[in-house]
Design a protein around this ligand. Structure first.
Ligand code: KG4
Ligand code: ZN
Length: 344
């Protein structure tokens, strides 16, 4: 049994966790930055990087204290090395390197997406490779076939916005504040999706990818027309998002076949109607549906520690000159999607 320290700082959550190779979460600490970014309606990279730098060391200390451990008892140090906002990534990675050097422990540079991709295996010991993963967060919207540690096939990605980003932008347009996902979901509960006609970008398309930019523009137009109630716009937006996710997953399954398990990760996995759609889709294809607990779906350091544990067990460690990567596709063989380049 080995204990891994995980460090996460790629977006707007600073996090530290201690996780064992036996899937025991000894401690996990998280500091959000919502209040700092709320006035701007989105994450401001410079503010994020400074906030990470202020809190990361006390947060790691707090995680060690809660687990009643000293750094010497840790087997390896796993830090997110990308993709993400580069200032924040550098704060976490450099901290991880410094600790690794001081305590003479191996460093494991973790791809943040790999953290999300493997997190369901931390929560569920029975989840075996391969599985089909919908990774939907504020920065990413991908369908991956997870074949093993370090073996990811990207079947689809977004050519413009991520699903969570579309939620956040819709919330901003409707004046609901940040972060938008839960707010749009709550407002949508009181609305009528059929009242507002909105497009389903790329639905039925022969290419496998996602697109949400056109949906967002249609939300802007619907809002500006003053012809619709905000709750109806929210409900219609959510229904369009559910339809797009479902259609693209159907396409991936039809092109590449099902897998024993369908798994969802990323903050958007918190969404009730999206989860309900995924459950039904899985049962139609005789797949089991798994979602990690919500706190493990959104950004956290336990998933980074766990990915570190899986990589460590597979013999992957990194040298102290590993450079932080703002972009870092999980599947290096994946072709660039049309129009893409903004997202990893
Ligand atoms: O994985 P995550 O915590 O951070 C990123 O790596 O982006 O995901 C955050 C995203 C945000 O865009 C947020 O609006 C979205 O997940 N989100 C939701 C819900 N809760 C969070 N989207 C839809 N419905 C929700 N209930
Ligand atoms: Zn994330």
């Amino acid at each position: 049994m080995s204990i891994i320290l995980g460090i996460e700082s790629s977006c707007d959550e600073t996090a530290a966790a201690l996780v064992t190779s036996d899937r025991e979460i000894l401690s996990h600490k998280l500091a959000g930055q919502e209040a700092a970014h709320a006035p701007f309606g989105g994450v401001v990279p410079e503010i994020a990087a400074r906030a990470h730098a202020e809190i990361i060391t006390p947060l790691i200390e707090a995680a060690l204290t809660e687990a009643q451990l000293k750094l010497e008892q840790v087997e390896a140090i796993a830090a997110t090395a990308g993709p993400g906002l580069i200032g924040g990534v550098m704060v976490g990675l450099v901290t991880g390197k410094a600790l690794a050097m001081a305590a003479d422990k191996p460093l494991i540079a973790v791809n943040h997406l790999e953290g999300h991709a493997l997190s369901p295996r931390l929560a569920n010991p029975d989840l075996q490779f391969p599985y089909l993963l919908l990774l939907a967060s504020g920065g990413h919207c991908q369908i991956l076939r997870v074949e093993g540690v370090n073996a990811y096939r990207r079947l689809a990605t977004t050519i413009d916005d991520a699903a969570g980003e579309a939620y956040d932008k819709t919330a901003k347009i409707l004046g609901l504040g940040y972060p938008g996902g839960p707010k749009v979901e709550a407002l949508a509960r009181t609305g009528n999706a059929a009242a507002v006609p909105l497009p389903r970008p790329l639905k039925g398309s022969n290419e496998p990818h996602f697109s949400f930019a056109g949906l967002k523009s249609a939300v802007v137009r619907a809002h500006d027309s003053q012809a619709y109630e905000p709750q109806d716009i929210a409900a219609a937006f959510q229904q369009a998002t559910v339809d797009c996710l479902e259609d693209r997953l159907e396409k991936a399954i039809s092109d590449h076949g099902p897998a024993p398990d369908l798994v969802v990760a990323g903050g958007v996995a918190a969404n009730g109607p999206i989860r309900a759609m995924l459950e039904q889709l899985a049962s139609r294809h005789d797949m089991r549906f798994t979602a990690p607990p919500l706190w493990l779906c959104t950004d956290n350091a336990a998933m980074i520690a766990w990915a570190g544990a899986e990589r460590f067990a597979a013999g992957h460690t990194d040298s102290l000159d590993f450079v932080a990567r703002p972009r870092w596709p999980l599947d290096p063989a994946a072709e660039k999607a049309r129009g893409a380049g903004v997202k990893a």
